[in-house]
Design a protein around this ligand. Structure first.
Ligand SMILES: NC(=O)c1ccc[n+]([C@@H]2O[C@H](COP(=O)([O-])OP(=O)(O)OC[C@H]3O[C@@H](n4cnc5c(N)ncnc54)[C@H](OP(=O)(O)O)[C@@H]3O)[C@@H](O)[C@H]2O)c1
Length: 292
């Protein structure tokens, strides 16, 4: 029996990780969240509070720490970069130092937004990061701290995540139901990835000692526009979606134009293939219907 501590357990990925690891039944899971929720059995735990990190790690001595906590509001990070740095960089640093001290494995989640989007071909793990947003900068700083301060780490860079919570899928459905005209960016390319698929990769990797940096997105690629079309198709909604360019949809944070990731390390080191993005979305949709 392994003791597994999940941070950010109330977020999209935190919920999916709990679901997958609970199914495996060979772990004792400790769920923690920034605020805590007694009803949901989530302990209050702020990863930016170094004393709290040390105290919980010393008391609990988990075998595995899965850091799903992050400040993920990409546009807000531009005006609140200090806060983003505390959550996305200092929090992982404190977790990494504690993990090293107690000998725990640390899983840390990163993002396609550490890349600048200029590559024109899928990024592999060795490619240079060059973030173009505050979110990307703070997440990259977090990755660097994890690599520097502990040895038994898995960093998973993923993208365009949807699960239970606020995400693109739910926003599109809400807008479609409100009868508003849908205008969606068609010139940014990436890969929608279900939180459940990432959680499965985590469940696989934590059984190994194969530490390092991994790309972990679903297979294939698409644009936000084509993803929105797929969502409406699956939902059986006949709505017109206007394809627009990034310049027609200005946002505080710049996004990479092309952030397709090649899961080279997962494939070549483990023969592990994640689902194609459309298949993963179909699976999510089925779950979503049952949940309603
Ligand atoms: N969402 C995406 O499209 C995407 C894409 C690429 C990579 N990622 C990465 O994937 C990981 C999981 O993302 P997600 O989509 O599951 O995010 P999410 O739904 O926003 O969940 C993040 C969780 O972190 C918690 N949190 C924030 N500050 C905290 C703190 N100081 N201490 C403890 N918990 C804190 C949040 O709690 P509150 O709700 O109380 O603030 C929330 O429960 C993150 O590392 C993210 O950077 C996400």
């Amino acid at each position: 029996m392994k003791k597994v501590l999940i941070t950010g357990a109330g977020g999209q990925l935190g919920l999916a990780v709990d679901r997958v690891l609970r199914d495996a039944k060979d772990n004792t899971i400790y769920r923690t969240g920034q605020v805590g929720d007694a009803k949901e059995n989530i302990l209050p735990f702020d990863i930016t509070d170094e004393a709290a990190v040390n105290s919980l790690m010393n008391d609990l001595k988990p075998d595995i720490i899965i850091n799903c906590a992050a400040f993920t509001a990409v546009d807000l990070c531009e005006s609140e970069e200090d806060r983003a740095y505390r959550v996305n960089a200092l929090g992982p640093k404190f977790l990494a130092m504690a993990a090293k001290r107690i000998g725990a494995k640390l899983v840390h989640i990163s993002t396609d937004y550490v890349y600048d989007g200029q590559a024109g071909k899928p990024y592999i793990e060795g490619d240079a990061a060059n973030p173009i947003s505050a979110y990307g900068r703070t997440k990259l700083a977090g990755d660097e701290f994890v690599e520097k301060y502990c040895k038994k780490f898995f960093i998973l860079r993923t993208a365009w995540v949807y699960g239970e919570g606020k995400n693109f899928v739910r926003t599109m459905l809400r807008l479609a139901d409100s009868g508003k005209q849908l205008r969606v960016v068609a010139d940014q390319l990436g890969t929608p990835t279900s939180a459940l698929e990432i959680a499965r990769v985590i469940a696989f990797l934590i059984q190994t000692e194969s530490y390092g940096l991994y790309h972990a997105t679903c297979e294939g690629s698409t644009s936000w526009y084509a993803f929105a079309v797929e969502i409406m198709k699956e939902a059986g909604k006949e709505v017109h979606i206007e394809a627009i360019s990034t310049s027609e949809y200005p946002t505080p944070a710049k996004r990479p134009m092309y952030s397709v990731l090649d899961n080279k390390a997962l494939r070549e080191r483990h023969g592990y293939l994640m689902k194609d993005w459309k298949d993963a979305f179909k699976e999510y949709w089925k779950d979503y219907q049952e949940e309603k």
